[in-house]
Design a protein around this ligand. Structure first.
Ligand code: NAD
Length: 417
């Protein structure tokens, strides 16, 4: 839980609002002091765009700090950025292996940069021997830029850890095998990363395999899977198993009413949001029952049986069914060591939400007005980030929630208050 309040773009005076062009966790807390955020961003901008230090080495140094500090946010965020700057999946596997003292294929300079980042992150600083060895490869300007980069990201991870009550990756899911559907973007992806960061052995699947890129670098196994294909579901779930947890996330949000919903909308919504969810959990259940353990986490929504939401006719109907299915499965499995719960989120800032905002833009009087209407639904006056939302998935997949089954956990920024 963040100790300093999150500050959003709209909370800031007009002259500071441009600071929140990127709405990321770090900026939300630093924005409590806009000038501190501006100064922080200035150095961050220099590191990424002003320095002539090799971009791949720079990103590997940052990733190394994130890995040593066991900072889930810095790690997952920078895996994606690193790949934009030339870091490969092989580099990331080598970084992890090198950190753990296992053999890794790395050239001399990369190995020295990683060592320097590890020494600085562990404190008090880069050792004399490493510093001297690096000087053979970098001029004074690049030595300075490298040290600035490493120590800046040490500051970032310390700042986040201070603000998040010292929250770091704690291995809450160590030893657990976890399957995730629709993990290419949005909450499925955020959950896959959060669970891998907690030590889970995660299998991430999505209909669109291209969206899974970058996950393997975080130690996640990835496979294309369209959950509407029963045979493929059975194959994928069986070969990934036996599973300790399943996050059944795939779903589609139709915007319609009882009068505008078509037969095709109805059939598609029930096929994806309800039937496929059943097929995936039915494939995962037998080994869970045999082993007398397992946690199934379904994706419902606050819209449906918890809250009637306008223009969500078939969507709300299917998500109400998900809550019913969750309770039914929980009742059938409670005596056999298996738990089944679901999430009922409010409005979460994911790629498909952007599509819905855009689809409503004309009627609302523009994209910003449409976005404002979605935000206004949440009593807290903001959208959820996928990263904060999926902390409940980590909890439900872990043994911390061992006494909990059949529940629909509402996380909605006060929408249903
Ligand atoms: P999203 O809608 O942006 O992404 C959905 C992902 O599902 C995509 O990567 C897509 O490729 C994948 N997908 C689509 N059809 C698939 C299929 N047949 N098989 C496998 N993968 C498929 O992500 P999101 O907004 O986080 O939504 C995920 C779930 O959360 C959905 O069930 C949605 O109903 C639910 N939900 C979303 C919100 C929200 O505000 N975003 C709120 C409550 C519940």
């Amino acid at each position: 839980m963040a100790r300093l309040p999150d500050v959003l773009r709209e909370d800031l005076a007009p002259e500071h609002q441009e600071l929140m062009k990127r709405d990321i966790t770090l900026y939300r807390c630093l924005a409590n002091s806009p000038n501190a955020l501006r100064a922080f961003q200035g150095l961050g901008q220099f590191i990424r765009y002003g320095s002539t230090l090799d971009a791949r080495l720079r990103e590997l140094a940052i990733l190394q700090v994130g890995w040593v500090a066991r900072a889930p946010y810095e790690w997952s965020h920078h895996v994606k950025i690193g790949m934009d700057f030339g870091v490969t999946e092989a580099d990331i596997h080598a970084l992890i292996a090198d950190t753990e003292g296992r053999p890794a294929t790395l050239d001399v300079v990369t190995r020295l940069v990683l060592l320097a980042a590890r020494e600085a992150a562990a404190g008090p600083g880069i050792s004399a021997a490493t510093f001297e060895a690096l000087r053979a490869h970098f001029n004074n300007e690049h030595m300075t830029d490298l040290v600035v980069t490493i120590t800046f990201y040490c500051a970032v991870v310390r700042f986040l850890a201070c603000n998040q009550g010292g929250h770091t990756m704690a291995g809450r899911l160590a030893g657990k095998r976890i399957f995730v559907t629709a993990a290419g973007q949005g909450m499925g992806r955020a959950a896959a990363l959060a669970m891998a960061a907690e030590g889970g052995s995660v299998v991430a699947t999505d209909k669109d395999a291209t969206k899974l890129s970058g996950l393997a670098a975080a130690g996640i196994e990835t496979h294309a899977l369209d959950v509407l294909d029963d045979a493929a579901v059975l194959r994928a779930v069986t070969s990934a198993g036996p599973l300790d947890a399943l996050f059944n996330c795939a779903g589609y949000v139709h915007q319609n009413t009882a009068l505008t919903c078509t037969d095709a909308d109805w059939d598609f919504a029930f096929a994806l949001n309800v039937r496929a969810m059943w097929k995936v959990l039915a494939a995962a259940l037998p080994p869970m029952l045999d082993r007398k353990r397992g946690s199934i986490i379904n994706m419902a929504s606050a819209a449906g049986s918890i809250k009637g939401a306008p223009n969500r006719f078939v969507y709300g109907t299917t998500k109400a069914a998900v809550i019913g299915m969750t309770r039914a499965v929980a009742a059938d499995t409670v005596a056999q060591g298996v738990r089944c719960n679901c999430l009922a989120p409010g409005t979460v800032d994911t790629p498909s939400l952007h599509d819905r905002i855009a689809a409503n833009a004309t009627a609302a009087g523009g994209f910003e007005a449409s976005r404002a209407a979605f935000i206004a639904r949440q009593a807290m006056g903001r959208l959820a980030t996928p990263e904060e939302l999926v902390q409940i998935v980590v909890y439900l997949a872990s043994d911390e929630s061992a006494f909990m089954t059949g529940q629909a956990v509402v996380i909605d920024g006060g929408w249903t208050l």
